[in-house]
Design a protein around this ligand. Structure first.
Ligand SMILES: [Zn+2]
Length: 160
């Protein structure tokens, strides 16, 4: 079964990293706690939160909603906790989702992005993807490489 997530406001930074790895991750700051837990149940999403009170709710403590109580403030350590606990694969489907809205990215021909990316990018990059919802264009530039290094670094033992 492929894991899906819903991320509480208090650990919002986890959403981008999980999306970066390719995991379907909802982050809906406008939901109240009750709505969030209900959504986790109905969509079978793992709830990530720092809220000990939510962890004590019957729906959660009984295991109907799977939830992980996140420890500490450091987003890197928080993600490492989730990765180790659920044995996530860093390479699962990396760079397949929009970091902003969780949508699956669609491949774009280079000529389709001409004029929409900086000229130096257009000259050097041949592979692009676009978010069908926010229309953000992604390419494997330096930002991509930096994030990839972070993910790979986490894979090595004792790298926390
Ligand atoms: Zn998007």
């Amino acid at each position: 079964m492929v894991l899906k997530f819903i991320v509480d406001l208090n650990v919002g930074k986890l959403a981008r990293w999980l999306r970066l790895m390719g995991y379907d991750t909802l982050f809906l700051p406008l939901l109240d706690d009750g709505e969030m837990v209900k959504l986790a149940l109905s969509q079978q999403r793992v709830l990530l939160t720092r809220d000990t009170q939510i962890m004590s709710w019957h729906m959660v403590s009984s295991g109907r909603v799977k939830a992980i109580l996140i420890e500490g403030d450091d987003p890197r350590k928080q993600l490492l906790q989730v990765v180790q606990r659920l044995n996530l694969n860093y390479q699962y489907n990396a760079f397949s989702r929009c970091l902003e809205c969780n949508s699956l990215l669609e491949p774009q021909d280079p000529q389709e992005v001409e004029g929409q990316v900086p000229p130096y990018v257009f000259k050097t990059q041949k592979k692009y993807t676009r978010c069908p919802d926010c229309h953000r264009i992604y390419w494997r530039g330096t930002h991509w490489q930096a994030m990839n290094r972070v993910l790979q670094g986490w894979q090595a033992p004792n790298s926390s």
